[in-house]
Ligand binder design. Structure first.
Ligand SMILES: Cc1cc2nc3c(=O)[nH]c(=O)nc-3n(C[C@H](O)[C@H](O)[C@H](O)COP(=O)(O)OP(=O)(O)OC[C@H]3O[C@@H](n4cnc5c(N)ncnc54)[C@H](O)[C@@H]3O)c2cc1C
Length: 402
């Protein structure tokens, strides 16, 4: 019989988070590898047993997202305590961050105030500048090495057991799906709760294929083997996608072209079906607090500014403490600003049930989503867009399958 994890992978619905490869979940050799489509997928040395499959499926955010009820929940944006804009008070951190460097500044504050022993996040691999790898960062400079968005595959939720092995306290930064997998892992293990001090995420439109990165390099007139260093974002806001070649060239492309015309068109299928683009499982979430003109976000280079959502009392307390300590500077914002700054997130959430209806009929994978308020979101968006999206997804999936 085909297991649930196998079904998700075969249907191309895997998110590439890596949670199912944790060594205490599956007891065979398991790793994440880049496939021919340019995405990370789990590779198991043998078929999973029924017990392993059940344990892995309980963590898999592609097929299961169950959010515990929270006190204050916004119908479109999920659990919300406060909406702010903000940036790292330290100009260097602000500059190096993807938006306002808020995530890095918050992590540095938690570390330097002794609340955590390390930050679990991702950074560019030292051996392959185009790849991302998991890190346990224990210093300010290690945290800053991970600043900036990695618009390619990154299995931030791989090896979850390893994060807890030493008994140390830590904060986690990952995509919404990475954080959802972490929560599913920690939830039933009460003995681990005190070790996870903070789970932070960012607003996420989806993971582009590594082929997208290769396309960016091609457009810059170079190729992977020539690259010594590469970053997608950061060093300004939004910051240029920049490749440094072994022979000393510095090649760059603006955000509008790299994300808007190349990377954003290479997203993995499951991301287009994502009901949680805004990190509803996290304590704190950041995004781009774009300035808007005529209703559209502007991408001119400026001093960085993050949209900062706190979702839990613990997230709110961490932000207030970081502000009081002078690590973060915050400004006032409101819920209505989120829709202006993040129009794609609003429209996707409202049509995603329609897309899933089509995807489930096509693939036979019926995910379990709880606490994300998807039906009311669909009702607010109107049935017609949802039905149109269902039909569009159904047609596209038949073309790609056929
Ligand atoms: C794939 C992707 C899609 C995104 N889509 C949107 C969007 O639609 N709208 C929006 O407003 N913002 C989006 N962002 C987030 C945005 O680019 C910024 O990361 C966010 O605003 C936080 O900025 P910051 O300056 O506070 O974070 P920084 O201080 O730059 O810290 C960024 C943190 O994110 C971690 N990180 C970076 N890339 C990854 C990755 N691929 N997987 C896991 N962790 C990672 C780093 O390890 C680092 O700790 C996306 C980011 C990514 C990686």
């Amino acid at each position: 019989m085909v297991g649930r994890i196998d079904k998700v992978i075969r249907a191309d619905l895997c998110l590439g988070c890596g949670a199912c490869t944790s060594a205490d979940i599956v007891h065979c050799g398991a790793s994440m590898t880049i496939t021919s489509s340019g995405f990370l997928r789990p590779l198991f040395s043998r078929p999973l047993t029924a017990e392993e499959d059940a344990k892995a499926a309980a963590l898999c955010p592609a097929a299961r997202l169950e959010l515990q009820p929270q006190a204050k929940v916004h119908p479109d944006w999920g659990p919300l305590i406060e909406v702010r804009t903000g940036w790292a008070t330290d100009a260097d951190v602000r500059f190096r961050g993807s938006s306002g460097g808020v995530l890095s500044a918050l992590m540095i504050y938690l570390l330097e105030s002794g609340r955590i022993h390390f930050v679990a996040h991702v950074a560019a691999s030292e051996s392959d500048p185009l790849a991302s790898e998991r890190r346990k960062s224990r210093t300010r400079s290690e945290i800053l090495a991970g600043a900036g968005s990695r618009y390619g595959p990154a299995a931030a939720a791989g090896a979850l057991h390893d994060l807890f092995a030493s008994g140390e306290r830590f904060a986690f930064v990952g995509k919404p799906c990475d954080v959802a997998a972490l929560r599913a892992y920690v939830g039933p293990r009460a003995e681990l709760h005190s070790q996870l001090v903070l789970a932070a995420s960012f607003i996420c439109a989806g993971v582009p294929s590594l082929h997208g990165t290769h396309d960016v390099l091609r457009a810059l007139g170079t190729q992977p083997c020539e690259i010594a260093r590469f970053h997608y974002r950061g060093n300004g806001w939004p910051g240029f996608t920049t490749a440094y070649t072994h022979d000393g060239r510095k090649l760059r492309m603006n955000y509008n072209r790299s994300w808007g015309h190349i990377l954003g068109r290479r997203l993995q299928l499951r991301c287009k079906l994502c009901p949680d683009g805004t990190g509803e499982f996290a304590d704190v979430v950041c995004g781009d607090a774009w300035y808007c003109k005529d209703g559209n976000p502007e991408f001119e280079e400026r001093d960085g500014r993050s949209l900062l959502l706190t979702r839990t009392p613990c997230g709110e307390a961490a932000v207030l403490d970081a502000v009081a300590a002078g690590a973060l500077t915050v400004g006032i914002s409101s819920v209505s600003d989120i829709s202006h700054m993040q129009p794609y997130q609003l429209s996707r959430k409202r049509v995603v049930l329609g897309r899933w209806l089509a995807a489930s009929l096509r693939t036979g994978v019926w995910p379990r989503f709880r606490g994300l308020h998807l039906r009311p979101a669909m009702a607010r968006g109107g049935w017609l867009p949802a039905l149109r999206n269902a039909w569009g997804t159904f047609k596209r999936m038949s073309i790609s399958n056929g």
